[in-house]
Ligand binder design. Structure first.
Ligand code: ADP
Length: 484
C-alpha cells in the first residue's frame, strides 16, 4: 500500500490543520478513498503567510545562482522519483500513467528553465537627458506569492508557477485543488529534501476554497496571485484582491477552435486532432472544443478521426496500455452527458461513443467514451461552453472568412489551431485569430520557452519563457543624480 503525504507544509514543518479537520482524497477510476488529509482554514493560512513573511527577505537576498542550484536539485529529485509521483498523480486524477510521467517531466523542465532564467533577470540602463544623471531600471522580487491551481494538471500547474516564483526570489504559498492535493504535497516533499529554506514554500490543502481564499486575497503582505482555473473564479479573485491591489496572473477557461482547411495534410491533421482532443480525456483548457472542417473533406476527416478513437483502450489509468482514463468526478461526467444530450436533441448526428462504457471494471469510476458528433451548430451547448470531456463536435464551413468569424465569436481567447498547406493563409489566419496562442499545423503547443496565456476572458499574463519570470518581479526605476 502506497504511503501518501497528508499534512500541511508550513515553515518547513509538516503539520495538521489547527482545527484538526481532515478530508478524503479519492481515486476517480475506482471510487476508493486513498487517504484523508489536513483540511486547512483561515487560521492555517495566517500561519503560512507569517512563515512566508519571515523567509521572504532572505530568499530574495539569496544569490540567484544559489536559488538556481536548489531549484535544479529539486528537479533532479523529482526525476529520481518520477514513477512513484506519476502513480500518485494517476491515482488522484485519473489520467494514464504515461501521461502523468509526461506531465511531471514537463513540469520539472520548467524548474530547470526558470532556474536559469532567474540568473538572467537583467536590468537596463537608459541614456539620460543630461550628463549629471543615470537612469537605471532593475528587477526585484515582488514579495510573497500564491499559486491557486486546478485538478487537471496537478503537478505541472504548480511546478510552472513555483519555478518562476522561486527563481525570481519570491516565497510561495500553494493552494492546490481539493480533488488533487497529493501531487502538491509531494512537490513540497522534494523541495524540502532539495534544501529549500524553511518558510520559502508552504502547501495548504483545503476541502473548500472559500475557507482559505478570502484570507489569502485580502492580506496585504501577499503581492502576487497566480491562478489557473475557471473564468468565473478568476473574476472572484480579481474582486477579492482589489482592496490590496494584488498583482494577478490568470490563466482561465478556453474554448479552442480547431480548423481544418481542405488543403491540409489529412493524416497529420487527424493525428493532431486526436491528441489535442483526447489528452487528459479532454480536460484541458487548450482542448479542441470546436472542430471546424471545410465541407468537402468533412466526411473523410470524420471517418478517419473515429477510426483512431475506436483503437484507444479505456480503463484505469494505472493499467498498462490504457489511453483513455476516467473523468475527474461525477459532476464532470454529468456535464458531458448534458452537452451530448443537448446536441442530439438539437439535431446533431452521433458518429461514435455517446455513453458511459459498460462493464464491471467501469462500475465505480467516472468513465465516458470518446464521442464524436457531426452536424453541430452554434445553437448547441458544445458550441459555447467548455465541455471538459472527450467529446469532439464537428462543425462544417465553406469559406476562410466565415470560419474565422465563427472561431473568434467567443468570449474566450486562449488557444486556437488551424491546418492548411497554403503559406499565405498561414500568415493571414495566424494574425486574424483572436487568441493568445495559435498552433499553425501544430497541436502540440506546450513548450517551456514559449509565452503561454490568453486574451479576452481567458486571462491576464503569460507563463513560461522569459515572460513567466516577469509575473513575479517588480521593475524599479532609479534616477541617479549629481554625477557630473
Ligand atoms: P476548475 O473548473 O478547473 O475546477 P476552479 O476555478 O473551480 O476550476 O478551481 C481552480 C482552483 O480554484 C482550485 O484550486 C479551487 O479550489 C480554487 N477555487 C475555487 N473556487 C474558488 C474561490 N471562490 N476562491 C478562490 N479559489 C477558488
Amino acid at each position: 500500500m502506497a504511503s501518501y503525504p497528508s499534512k500541511l507544509l508550513i515553515d518547513g514543518v509538516w503539520q495538521d490543520a489547527v482545527s484538526g479537520e481532515t478530508f478524503p482524497v479519492t481515486n476517480p477510476s475506482t471510487g476508493a478513498e486513498l487517504v484523508r488529509i489536513a483540511d486547512a482554514s483561515a487560521e492555517d493560512v495566517v500561519l503560512a503567510i507569517d512563515a512566508a513573511e519571515r523567509a521572504q527577505k532572505s530568499w530574495a537576498a539569496t544569490p540567484a545562482l544559489e536559488r538556481s542550484r536548489i531549484i535544479r536539485r529539486a528537479a533532479e529529485i523529482g526525476r529520481e522519483n518520477i514513477q512513484r509521483l506519476a502513480e500518485i498523480l494517476t491515482e488522484e486524477q485519473g489520467k494514464p500513467v504515461a501521461q502523468s510521467i509526461g506531465e511531471i517531466n514537463y513540469g520539472l523542465d520548467f524548474l530547470d528553465w526558470f532556474a536559469e532564467e532567474g540568473r538572467r533577470a537583467y536590468g537596463t540602463t537608459v541614456p539620460s537627458t543630461g550628463p549629471d544623471k543615470r537612469i537605471v531600471a532593475i528587477k526585484q522580487a515582488a514579495g510573497i506569492s500564491v499559486a491557486i491551481t486546478p485538478w487537471n494538471f496537478p503537478s505541472l500547474q504548480i511546478l510552472r508557477k513555483l519555478g518562476a516564483a522561486l527563481a525570481a526570489g519570491c516565497t510561495m504559498i500553494v493552494k492546490p485543488a481539493a480533488l488533487t492535493p497529493l501531487s502538491a504535497l509531494e512537490i513540497g516533499r522534494f523541495f524540502t529534501e532539495a534544501g529549500l529554506p524553511d518558510g520559502v514554500l508552504q502547501v495548504i490543502t483545503s476541502s473548500r476554497a472559500s475557507r482559505v481564499s478570502p484570507t489569502l486575497m485580502q492580506d496585504t503582505r501577499i503581492r502576487v496571485v497566480s491562478f489557473t482555473g475557471s473564468t468565473e473564479v478568476g473574476k472572484i479573485l480579481m474582486r477579492e484582491g482589489a482592496d490590496s491591489m494584488k498583482r494577478l496572473s490568470l490563466e482561465l477557461g478556453g474554448h479552442a477552435p480547431f480548423i481544418v482547411f481542405d488543403d491540409a495534410d489529412l493524416e497529420h491533421t487527424v493525428n493532431q486532432a486526436v491528441a489535442v482532443k483526447m489528452r487528459n480525456m479532454g480536460q484541458t483548457c487548450v482542448s479542441a472544443n470546436r472542430i471546424y472542417v471545410q465541407r468537402g473533406i468533412a466526411a473523410e476527416f470524420s471517418q478517419r478521426f473515429v477510426e483512431k478513437l475506436r483503437a484507444m483502450p479505456i480503463g484505469d489509468g494505472i493499467a498498462p496500455g490504457t489511453e483513455v482514463g476516467p473523468l475527474v468526478d461525477a459532476p464532470a461526467v454529468a456535464k458531458v452527458e448534458e452537452h451530448v444530450a443537448d446536441a442530439l436533441a438539437k439535431g446533431a448526428e452521433l458518429l461514435f461513443g455517446g455513453h458511459r462504457p459498460e462493464g464491471e471494471e467501469f462500475a465505480n469510476g467516472h468513465f465516458y467514451e470518446p464521442t464524436v458528433l457531426r452536424g453541430v451548430d452554434s445553437s448547441m451547448l458544445v458550441a459555447s461552453e467548455e465541455t471538459f470531456g472527450p467529446v469532439a463536435p464537428i462543425f462544417e464551413f465553406d469559406t476562410e472568412e466565415e470560419v474565422i468569424e465563427q472561431a473568434n465569436n467567443s468570449p474566450f481567447g486562449l488557444a486556437a489551431y488551424f491546418f492548411t498547406r497554403d503559406v499565405n493563409r498561414i500568415v493571414r489566419v495566424s494574425e486574424a485569430l483572436e487568441y493568445g496562442t495559435v498552433g499553425a499545423n501544430d497541436g502540440m503547443i506546450s513548450a517551456v520557452q514559449a509565452p503561454f496565456g490568453g486574451v479576452k476572458e481567458s486571462g491576464i499574463g503569460r507563463e513560461g519563457g522569459h515572460w513567466g519570470l516577469d509575473e513575479y518581479m517588480d521593475i524599479k526605476y532609479i534616477s541617479l543624480a549629481g554625477l557630473a
